[in-house]
Ligand binder design. Structure first.
Ligand code: FAD
Length: 454
């Protein structure tokens, strides 16, 4: 049955800001886009719906920005590397347990992001949900936000959609696609604990080390084989025991997963142990259900840890992530769409705006960049169809399912973000539409900003 509808009166709204480049969303993609644009000389406004910048890092609590890194990994450079470096310098990271990267301190990264935004002279606007666009033919004239101040508009010459869900592209009428709900990657309510006996837990891990081959057994994830012997901070056994002894219902087979930082103060943070399928994160009813189901599953996971993971006997819930973690939702249909072949066969593009190592995590595949293999990322996958002054950054860039398993990773989102931000700034400076920008000039600016372009 069609949904009932009600007509809203048309409104005139105040203009709160004007930008040469407006970036909506401040995850790894949006933060890098805003920094890239501002450093390329554009007056830049950065908007986010929540009270902090950082996206999945700070709002969900994901720490593993560089957990893929191995000896021979080829790095993208640029602002993603700067996130890690600045976090380390400001005491907002810990040495990662897996591979050679930093695990970000998701709380302190809020301050790292504030500093980066302020130093670059970006105009920040938090607590503002972008809800609509005002179009003039094929051009976005303004983005409309809702906040405690009411409904407001931001005028923009160029817009970068870094909402993760391609909200702006969708509202502007650009073609988008979504994997069917039942085939999408799962969602997660992340959590952290206090009261963990770190030494006791680490002793247990030493006695029961997990490798990526365990992901294959339990999560039905395929590797190339070279990953199988590598250590991963993954826990399965306590949850299997909890299921067999009735602490967790047997059908909840997806409770299991990775742990991250263990502090001397007895905190275990970024516990990624609840993976739930069948939710569409562009549907507010599904979001509601996922948040509530996720919290219930976290309590079950915690009970299983208390019962069967040595060191967690007295663990208490410290916090849930501020919001549900979404891995997969809407993506644009771009001028170019990344393919499985591109990310698996070291694609090269004339319009490359950056590179990413051969690292795939998702849709049943795990490939770690233990070799020097990498692929280039073309400008075309940031360019939507039918909207002249819009670019897209982060996990909603154009691509197929398997390419998403690579492109969704935070460092890759920073690459597409910086590319989109710089391209938006260059297109303002040169007075050309986003789709007609000189890629050579974009590449020159990116190189000056420390990006490895080819
Ligand atoms: C549980 C979980 C674990 C993960 N683990 C890892 C990992 O270990 N390593 C890794 O590399 N990747 C990991 N990922 C993937 C990675 O975190 C994301 O794919 C990546 O953060 C996406 O970046 P983004 O900038 O595109 O979007 P996001 O990080 O989602 O940021 C989007 C931003 O836009 C804002 N926003 C959204 N809509 C609007 C709107 N309409 N108006 C205003 N603001 C809006 C949001 O508040 C948010 O700040 C994980 C993801 C999840 C969910």
């Amino acid at each position: 049955m069609p949904m009932k509808q009600i007509r809203e009166a048309a409104r005139t709204v105040p203009v709160v800001a004007e930008a040469e480049v407006l970036v909506v969303g401040s995850g790894p993609g949006g933060l890098a886009a805003a920094l890239g644009a501002a450093r390329a000389g554009a007056e830049t406004v950065l908007v986010d719906r929540y009270g902090c910048f950082g996206g999945v890092i700070t709002q969900v609590g994901v720490e593993g920005i560089a957990w893929y890194r191995h000896e021979d990994t080829v790095e993208a450079g640029g602002i993603g590397a700067e996130f890690e470096r600045r976090a380390r310098e400001l005491g907002a990271s810990h040495k990662a347990r897996r591979a050679r990267g930093e695990a970000l301190d998701a709380e302190l990264f809020k301050v790292v992001a504030d500093k980066l935004v302020q130093e670059a002279g970006i105009v920040p606007l938090l607590h503002s949900l972008a809800v609509d666009v005002v179009m003039e033919d094929d051009t976005i004239r303004a983005v409309v936000t809702e906040s405690k101040s009411g409904r407001q508009a931001i005028l923009a010459e160029r817009v970068v959609d870094a909402t993760g869900d391609a909200d702006i592209a969708y509202r502007a009428g650009a073609p988008c696609r979504q994997t069917p709900k039942d085939d999408m990657m799962g969602v997660t309510v992340m959590f952290s604990c206090a009261g963990v006996d770190r030494d006791r837990f680490l002793e247990y891990v030493r006695e029961h080390p997990s490798t990526f081959s365990d992901w294959g057994k339990d999560w039905r994830i395929k590797t190339t084989g070279k990953e199988d012997h590598l250590f991963t901070p993954y826990l399965q056994e306590p949850f299997d025991r909890a299921r067999s002894e009735g602490v967790i219902p047997e059908h909840l087979t997806s409770i299991a997963g990775t742990w991250s930082t263990l502090t001397e103060a007895g905190e275990a943070t970024s516990l990624n142990m609840v993976y739930m399928l069948g939710y569409d994160c562009t549907d507010v009813w599904d979001l509601t259900r996922a948040e509530m189901d996720g919290r219930q599953q976290v309590l079950l996971a915690l009970e299983a840890l208390r019962c069967y993971a040595p060191g967690f006997e007295n663990a208490k819930l410290r916090n849930f992530g501020m919001t549900l973690g979404t891995r997969d939702s809407r993506k644009i249909v771009g001028r170019y769409s990344m393919t499985e072949r591109d990310v698996l066969e070291q694609a090269r593009f004339k319009d490359s705006i950056g590179i990413f190592p051969e690292f795939l995590d998702g849709y049943g595949l795990l490939i770690l960049p233990t070799t020097g293999r990498y692929f280039q990322i073309p400008y075309g996958c940031l360019v939507p169809q039918g909207v002249e002054n819009l670019l897209v950054a982060g996990r909603c860039v154009a691509g197929d399912r398997i390419s998403h398993a690579a492109m969704r990773n935070m460092m890759c989102c920073a690459v597409t973000g910086q590319g989109a931000g710089v391209a938006a700034a260059v297109s303002v400076r040169d007075g050309v539409k986003c789709g007609q920008v000189s890629v050579g000039r974009v590449q020159d600016t990116l190189r000056k900003q420390g990006v490895r372009v080819d």
